[in-house]
Design a protein around this ligand. Structure first.
Ligand code: ARG
Length: 400
């Protein structure tokens, strides 16, 4: 008896996921491997990937275009949540995993498979995200992770593949481990494993080096409706078009690079280089518009919710009751977050320089230092007396 009969494998076309195919069949007694490559806007032609799976022994090789649901159902809600892991990383990879898991589970159900599989190792966050998401969606499916168990080195993996007709990588493969989708790119390994070493310029794909950016600033006006980006410079755009365009605009000004040491769920600190131009700009702009439209107490409370939300998405709990409950809170707050934000892109910075909204809570008459001032200055005295009363009582007792 094998570990499973029919398996749907998350497939990228790389050595590891290719070797998973013969490995599952020959070592783990799987009869049929169906591969699934998801297009999340990584900008790669997936037809050769589809072919490669068949050449590697897959009985069926599926390519699913999921860019639109990815941006709309995973990326956009993360903007409403201002989701930045450890205050910096816009979660591009972490948002892609639950969608890929959903595609795997849906496909397994459709084809009557009894397991899903992926090529993650045992050191990363992605294995957790796949496994927990799949469990949340269909607890009956088995989850197989050959690369977590096979204990082969890179060379051994390549040699194993060659035995089964999987060509070893033609070009000298990149020293980096890269994950890319429309929301951003994550780069690890190689020289980056030394956190003191500056990332070489050639790791960057979505952003220009500051030396190569325009010498004039460029302004972009982002329109939001109920907390979701809907237009750029007055032109209505669907989520995919908007992110694509803003990636290019912001990236051309060198905006969107992140270099950080982050804490993985499995306890390891890792040095990460990210590029995520559109998401970074959108989250900063969205947060600013909330400053104009939410009351101070909602804003404050929401910050705690955002932190929990971000942590939970990073940690693979996308399909969980807590996530659903936080979503309800966040969506409720977004009713009034409609308006426009003006962003100045220049030499690697995206500065918010203006914001307006039909739901603005900003009152000129209250805020102005000019003659129109309507604020009752005398009222402040009584307020301060009561506000400071506990301090006054305490100080009288201790220091009187
Ligand atoms: N550290 C990031 C995360 O956990 C990115 C992981 C990228 N994965 C990769 N295979 N390079 O979301």
């Amino acid at each position: 008896m094998g570990r499973a009969t029919k398996v749907v494998l998350a497939y990228s076309g790389g050595v590891d996921t290719s070797v998973c195919i013969p490995y599952l069949k020959n070592e783990w007694g799987v009869e049929e491997v169906i591969t699934l490559a998801a297009d999340l806007g990584q900008g790669e032609d997936l037809e050769p990937v589809r072919q490669k799976a068949l050449n590697s022994g897959a009985s069926e090789s599926l390519v699913i275009d999921a860019v639109e649901p990815f941006v709309k159902n995973y990326g956009y809600p993360a903007i409403q949540a201002n989701a930045l892991y450890e205050n910096r990383y816009p979660l591009a990879t972490a948002l892609g995993r639950p969608l890929i898991a959903k595609l795997l589970v849906d496909t397994a159900e459709k084809y009557g498979a009894d397991a899903i599989a992926h090529g993650c190792t045992g050191k990363g966050n992605d294995q957790v995200r796949f496994d927990v998401a799949a469990a949340g969606l269909n607890p009956k499916l088995k989850i197989l992770a050959p690369a977590r168990e096979w204990g082969m080195s890179r060379e051994e993996t390549i040699a194993y593949g060659e035995k089964y007709g999987i060509p070893s990588p033609v070009k000298k493969s990149s020293p980096y481990s890269i994950d890319k989708n429309l929301l951003g790119m994550a780069i690890e390994a190689g020289v980056l494993e030394d956190p003191w070493e500056e990332a070489p310029e050639d790791v960057f794909e979505m952003t220009k080096a500051i030396a190569d950016t325009p010498d004039e600033p460029e302004y972009v006006e982002i329109g939001f409706e109920k907390g979701l980006p809907v237009s750029l410079n007055g032109e209505a755009m669907d989520p995919v078009a908007l992110i694509t365009k803003l990636n290019q605009l912001a990236g051309s000004h060198g905006v969107g690079r992140i270099d950080m040491v982050e804490n993985r769920l499995v306890g390891i600190k890792s040095r990460e280089i990210y590029e995520s131009p559109a998401m970074l700009v959108l989250i900063h702009a969205h947060r600013d518009l909330e400053g104009l439209t939410l009351t101070g107490d909602v804003s404050r409370y929401k910050r705690g919710i955002e932190d929990t939300y971000t942590q939970l998405v990073y940690n693979g709990l996308w399909y969980s009751p807590l996530k659903a409950a936080l979503d309800a809170f966040i969506v409720q707050t977004q009713d009034v977050v409609t308006g426009s934000v003006r962003v100045k892109l220049f030499k690697g910075s995206a500065a918010i320089v203006g914001r307006k909204s039909e739901n603005s809570l900003y009152s000129f008459d209250l805020a102005t230092y000019g003659a129109e001032d309507e604020f009752d200055h005398k009222a402040a005295e009584g307020f301060i007396y009561i506000w400071g009363l506990p301090t006054r009582v305490w100080s009288g007792k201790m220091k009187g």
